[in-house]
Design a protein around this ligand. Structure first.
Ligand code: COA
Ligand code: MG
Length: 295
């Protein structure tokens, strides 16, 4: 099984701005997304590619996952984005407007071909798919399973609600179907589910509510678009000290119960079965990755 890598917060940075890319590397987001798509106007695509190339050469990204968002496959930009920027440093390609499994298969073979041409180890580059069209959401299960490179979904609420004609509300009742469908498909394939960005960068309370909602639905992280959003999102997707304590109690109590020949026990009056131990172990693994004290 692949090592568990955290994607609590994935920071979008416009590919056109070397200053913002450099700033982004010093911020505590788990992943940095160098965006060649929506954040870059059509006339500036070539310029943005050059900036990203320069950043990949000159900027130290530390331990961060480096994600490149290319333009969608139905534009004339996608192949050139990949050709000019795919290199050893890029961990993941984020593909927007994915509608069907064939889109992922096409990207998979394009990455394979370009990686061979450039001498990049072929199986290294991963794919994440934006879920931001009605077709993408409805086809999300076969999309999730379309390639071994698939490593996650990211919900794109702005583009999706443009197509569905929904209005984004604080409760996000209009997005619940898509959020759940995308999450279930991610789980079938064992890949990450990352929530859409929250677009009002001044509203911390709203960001917190949407992030809590995504976390409770089972999401692994959330996209962010501004430095001020990172800490709130990281906190919500990191196990709290009392959750860590409870996870340890569950594991200990279950071990004791097993020694006594029992398959169930209680902690704080609540029934504990093997499934809770699995959840607790996963939580401790996430906590360890966040640098939390476990002893
Ligand atoms: N990544 C890195 N740095 C960022 C950043 C980001 N996404 N957003 C803002 N910053 C920096 C600014 O450059 C500024 O740096 P400085 O203090 O060194 O000059 C600092 O953070 C404070 O920014 P602020 O003035 O509050 O915001 P802004 O008006 O400069 O930018 C946005 C606001 C929304 C334009 C900007 O956050 C942005 O471009 N976000 C990404 C949008 C995007 O990628 N969209 C596509 C995906 S949905
Ligand atoms: Mg978009």
């Amino acid at each position: 099984m692949e090592e568990l890598k955290l994607r609590r917060s994935m920071l979008f940075v416009p590919g056109i701005s070397l200053k913002m890319i450099s700033k982004g590397t010093g911020l505590p987001a788990d992943s940095i997304i160098l965006d060649l798509e929506d954040a870059v106007e059509f006339a500036k695509k070539a310029e943005a590619r050059a900036v990203v190339q320069q950043a990949l050469k000159e900027v130290d990204f530390g331990e961060k996952e480096i994600v490149l968002r290319i333009n969608s496959l139905d534009t004339k930009f996608a192949e050139e984005d990949l050709k000019s920027c795919l290199n050893l440093k890029i961990d993941t390609i984020l593909l927007p407007k994915v509608n069907q499994p064939e889109d992922i298969k096409k990207l998979d073979s394009l990455i394979g071909r370009l990686a061979r041409e450039k001498g990049i180890p072929e199986n290294k580059t991963r794919i994440m798919a934006m879920m931001e069209t009605p077709a993408g959401v409805l086809n999300s299960a076969p999309i999730a399973l379309a390639s071994p490179r698939m490593s996650g979904f990211m919900l794109g609420a702005a583009d999706l609600t443009k197509d569905t004609r929904a209005k984004i509300t604080e409760s996000r009742v209009e997005l619940l179907f898509a959020m759940s469908q995308v999450l279930y498909s991610a789980r079938i394939a064992g890949i990450d589910a990352i929530d859409s960005p929250y677009f009002n960068i001044k509203n911390e309370k709203g960001l917190e509510e949407h992030t809590l909602q995504a976390m409770r639905l089972g999401y692994d992280g959330k996209a962010v678009i501004h430095p001020g959003q990172i800490e709130i999102v990281n906190r919500i997707f990191s196990p709290a000290p009392e959750e860590i304590e409870r996870a340890k109690r569950i594991i200990n109590a279950f071990e004791t119960a097993q020694k006594e020949g029992k398959g169930v026990t209680t902690v704080g009056g609540e029934l504990i079965e093997h499934l809770h131990v699995t959840q607790a172990q996963r939580m401790l693994k996430i906590a360890e990755r966040t640098g939390a004290r476990l002893q």
